[in-house]
Structure formats: C-alpha cells, structure tokens
Design a protein around this ligand. Structure first.
Ligand SMILES: [Zn+2]
Length: 304
C-alpha cells in the first residue's frame, strides 16, 4: 500500500509518495500560499500530481501547529493561514481519499520509531533542535499528546530560573540554551561577535575556533541537562536528536551524553537511553505522516 505524506511548512508544502517500508518513491513541492483556501487547493493539486502516477490509499499532513485530538482540524499554526479549519475533511472531500493530520514533530518521531533511529523502541523521545526545540514522544507505538493535545513542550522546560528571556513569555527555557539561536547567543556572550548565527558558530567550531568550541560545549552541557529531565519523567529507551543543529552532532553529542548520564536521577545505577542522531533528516515529517495515513486507513480512525 502506498500513501502520501505532506509536510506543510511556512514557505513550502512538500509531498512524497511513501511505501510501507518508509521509502520515498517520488516527491513534489509547491510554495505555501497566503490564504487558507489557496493552501487547501495547493495541497490538493500537489497530491494529484503524485496520484497521477501512483495509486495511493491515503494522505497524511504534517503541520507545524496545534492539531485537534481527532486529527481532523488545525486549531492554530503560527506560520500557516489555517485557524480552526477542518482541513482533513475538506481535503478528503476534494481528493476522494482518507486524510489525517499530525503535528510535524510527532510525524517525524513516528518516522524514526517505525523506520529510523528508534525502530521498535517502546518509549521513544524526539528532540528536534533548530531555531528552538521541538519535542515528541512515542509510547508503545502511539504518539503521546497529553490530555489536551499540546504535550510535550520540551523546549520550554525551565532549566535556568531567571535565565534568558524566551518568546513564550518565560525565562530560562531549555531552547534558550540548546538551539541554533542559543549557540549564537552564547558565542556573543563569550565575545565572539563575528558569529551571528548558530550555523556560523558550528562552522567556526569545526575549524577549531576556541570561542565557538566553548559555545558548543555550553550547548552540550544544556542538552545533557535537558535530556536528564526528559529521562526522569519518561524514561525513554531511545532519544532521537534531529533538526538543523543535529548536523553538528559530532561536535557535542558525546559530551551531552556524559552530562546526561551524570545528571539523571540514580546516575550509575540505571540503564540509560540511547541518544542517537535521526536517520531521516528533513523528509522525516513526510515519511511519518505517510505512515500515520497508512495506519489510519488500515485500522480506521482512532478515538483519542
Ligand atoms: Zn519558552
């Protein structure tokens, strides 16, 4: 059975035909339009380009925003024009196919748990480190979303009381110390004013720049501290590190693992989660959304 996964982002919507092993057969991309109805049309057109060649049985949409518990409606997506829109029903009607929605980090976590770095893990956590931190949990194969559908906000766990200000309104959130943005902020605090972005800090660290390496060490420390909190609550078998910053994992992952091992409750007397870099990178949300669509078609809609 083939299904389509669509990663609906603020700049483009990317769709892929995916098989039951998580392999992508073909992709198609369109720019994200400004209005909700144009966006629905653009996604429908993109899907049709692919279904012209491949027979598919369902469509999954990965959305950067809040999705209703029944996976039918987008409540709010900061970078998309949908506000309380029944996207799944609207697209299903247009395409004549089952359509299901999922939060993009959750979709990426499903891709890694089904076909990637966390295959078979009963409790898997995804920590996507980019400009901020996106988090997801897959427990016994199911996405964990909490009672009201907004869990887990890992990036906004407070690690540093009265720490750096966060756009969420709090201070000291994990992502203020462990993200591309945080790398640049730390480098600036250390005096490296010539490295305004996380990418530049990582590049300088690769070249051996001392201040950049210190900024990366600081990120490693906070990644480990945050992982210890996540482990204390969820006791995962595998933690998958993804997002743009994971491209530089060779610079910080060993140190983060050490810090995590030292900071977790019962350190030295309990099994530790394996902390691994994601296998699927950027296409993960498409692959996961397609897998969710396949499972939805096979088992029918789940009441959550
Ligand atoms: Zn925050």
């Amino acid at each position: 059975m083939l299904t389509i996964g669509v990663d609906v982002g603020g700049t483009s919507a990317r769709a892929a035909v995916v098989d039951e092993h998580g392999q992508i057969l073909r992709t198609h991309r369109v720019p994200t339009p400004k209005t909700g109805s144009e966006l629905n049309s653009a996604i429908a057109d993109t899907v049709r380009v692919l279904t012209d060649t491949y027979p598919v049985d369902g469509v999954g949409l990965a959305v950067a925003g809040f999705v209703s518990e029944d996976l039918r409606m987008v409540r709010f997506a900061p970078h998309l024009p949908w506000r309380h829109v029944a996207v799944a029903d609207e697209l299903s009607h247009r395409l004549g196919l089952p359509v299901v929605l999922e939060h993009d980090a959750n979709a990426a976590a499903v891709a890694e748990q089904r076909f990637g770095a966390a295959v078979g893990a009963r409790v898997a956590a995804l920590v996507a480190i980019g400009t901020g931190i996106g988090g997801a949990l897959v427990i016994n194969g199911e996405v964990f979303r909490g009672a009201f559908g907004v869990a887990p906000e890992l990036g906004h766990l407070r690690l540093v009381p009265d720490g750096r200000e966060c756009p969420c309104g709090k201070r000291g959130c994990w992502e203020r110390y462990c993200s591309g943005t945080a790398l640049a902020a730390t480098a600036a605090e250390l005096g490296a004013t010539n490295l305004p972005t996380g990418v530049e800090v990582a590049r300088a660290a690769d070249a051996g720049d001392e201040l950049a390496l210190r900024a990366v060490d600081d990120l490693a420390r906070w990644l480990g501290e945050g992982l210890a909190l996540v482990a204390d609550v969820y006791d995962p078998e595998v933690v998958v590190i993804s997002g743009g910053v994971s491209d530089s994992a060779h610079l910080f992952l060993d140190r983060a693992r050490e810090r995590y091992a030292a900071a977790v409750t019962g350190s030295g007397h309990r099994p530790l989660a394996r902390v691994r870099v994601a296998h699927h990178g950027d296409p993960a949300a498409m692959i996961g959304a397609a897998a969710i669509a396949r499972e939805h078609v096979l088992t029918g809609p789940k009441v959550r």
